[in-house]
Design a protein around this ligand. Sequence first.
Ligand SMILES: [Zn+2]
Length: 218
Amino acid sequence: MGNNILVILPHPDDEAFGLSGTLAKLIVDGAHVTYACLTLGEMGRNMGIPPFANRVTLPVIRQAELEESCKAIGIQDLRLLGFHDKTIEFEDQPRLDGVIGSLLQEIKPTRVYTFYPGYSVHPDHDATGTAVVRTIQQLPLEERPEVHCLAFSRNCEQELGSPDVVEDVSMFMVQKMNSIQAHRSQFQAAELLGEKQMKAKEVEQRFGTERFWTYTFA
Ligand SMILES: [Zn+2]
């Protein structure tokens, strides 16, 4: 009953550091989460340390990693949208908006998570956030879900102000660490966390808080 959450991000692993704890928390509280991942991150340059992926196997490996991450978080519904990595900004706009619009129609989320347009560093991140905001803006006011955005450009706090949503996810460190570690082709963090055994307190300090900016429609 009005507890659907829709996450729209371009790359497998975008969820891990930024909002896996928040999602785990929402799911424990009864939310149903759909994660729509636009690409398989198939153009990524990291192949694991030591490398275990190559250009051909990378998308398959990253899909499996993403599935494992979703399982760790408890995400019930993963959608792979099949757009091309690194080119979201050049996608046919009506097509991209159409896909996002259909998801909104189907899921009727009360809240959407995405990247803050213009403050998310990678062009795919910004283009995804822009498309999500543009599509939601087309909806009648009363049908618009709230939009919680991730932002991490250097100027984001200066320009957007402090994040208005700060989630304490310290109770969800297990899910979050498992989500991060699932992406073993991408993160040295897997080594960092696994082998050096960061102290629980250190982990909490670094990862125990997740921050979002609620998007304000003009
Ligand atoms: Zn990304």
